[in-house]
Design a protein around this ligand. Structure first.
Ligand code: ZN
Ligand code: ZN
Length: 347
């Protein structure tokens, strides 16, 4: 066991404070990672405040981890000391179920995926995330960060990047396809960059036109305000695919009307409350309302290689650990362009 410094939430809704946590000894198939950067994901805040139900405290959030391997277990074959690596939303799963064997570990039906934090590891100990100096992870749940990608802008790709890449690929974003990204925050801005790099014609649907210049600069072809009713008239029947990153309640019937025949509205954000849906919005036009959650390990590696090849990193504001609590407030106020990343050397 190793004691490492970390920033933790001691109890639900309490501010984060500096503390220490124990990391397990490096096992046969484990790598020890010196964490360099950790992104702040909106879901860190949901969990720290128990917005998604009962949580485990103290909690060290952080599932957008970029760092360097500093020790490997005797059975490790994929990584060596000095390798640049990342860890996303999961650190284990059953390895055996149909989904794990198919590379969809995030949908593990055996033991379920083990979250990078706010979960119990197979040994029954709580997992602690990336707001810390070091982490020990099974090499099968670690991905390689290509040399062309700086670690700070790569960190948010481990959650925000894969969360958008997976549905964009699955529902065929590419040349000749009209894709809308709903929401222009940490997730949405990655969707714009990735959909553009995939060759799709990209539209941002955002509440206001406040971030229009950014959206166009990051690769959007069009930008519309959803607060303007004319948007819904003008864009009726336009999109092959809409990816919604929004976690506020939405008028799904209105957004489904923006799809072409047989188009898909894929959700990666989830409102805390159930939503109302008139099923005629799906029947007429044979439309699909779908969901997607992060991506598998192999797909996460594919995403990182794709982003490196296209020069894509997140747009970030780098902060010190002492600024995490303030950063949480700013995320809740949608006051970040577009992802806070913690320089873990400041922990
Ligand atoms: Zn996340
Ligand atoms: Zn499984």
């Amino acid at each position: 066991m190793t004691t490492v410094a970390a920033y933790a939430v001691p109890a639900a809704k309490a501010p984060l404070e500096r503390t220490t946590v124990e990391r397990r000894a490096v096992g046969e198939h484990d790598v020890l990672i010196d964490i360099k950067f950790a992104g702040i994901c909106h879901s860190d805040i949901h969990q720290a405040r128990e917005g998604w139900g009962e949580a485990i405290f103290p909690m060290v959030p952080g599932h957008e981890i970029a760092g360097v391997v500093s020790e490997v277990g005797p059975g490790v074959t994929r990584y060596r000391v000095g390798d640049r690596v990342g860890v996303g939303c999961m650190v284990d799963s059953c390895h055996e179920c149909e989904n794990c064997r198919a590379g969809r570990e995030q949908y593990c039906t055996g033991s379920g995926m083990v979250g990078t934090y706010n979960a119990l590891d197979k040994n029954g100990e709580p997992t602690y995330g990336g707001y810390s100096e070091k982490i020990v992870v099974d090499e099968n749940y670690v991905v390689r960060i290509p040399d062309g990608l700086a670690l700070d802008v790569a960190a948010p790709l481990l959650c925000a990047g894969i969360t958008l890449y997976s549905p964009l690929k699955r529902w065929g974003a590419g040349p000749g396809k009209k894709v809308a990204v709903l929401g222009m925050g940490g997730l949405g801005h990655m969707g714009v960059k990735i959909a553009h790099a995939l060759g799709a014609e990209v539209t941002v649907l955002s509440q206001s036109l406040r971030k229009k210049d950014d959206g166009l600069k990051l690769g959007a072809d069009h930008y519309h305000a959803t607060s303007d009713p004319k948007t819904f008239e003008e864009l009726r029947g336009t999109f092959d695919l809409i990816v919604s990153t929004v976690s506020a309640p939405l008028d799904f019937n209105a957004y489904l009307s923006l799809l072409k025949t047989e188009g898909t509205l894929a959700n990666v954000g989830a409102p805390e409350e159930p939503v109302a849906l008139n099923l005629f919005s799906l029947l007429g036009g044979g439309k699909t309302l779908a969901g997607s959650m992060i991506g598998g390990i192999a797909e996460t590696q594919e995403m990182l290689d794709f982003c490196a090849a296209h020069g894509i990193g997140a747009e970030i504001e780098l902060i010190g650990a002492a600024e995490i609590n303030e950063a949480y407030e700013r995320v809740l106020n949608s006051d970040v362009r577009y992802r806070f990343v913690i320089d873990t050397a400041t922990i």
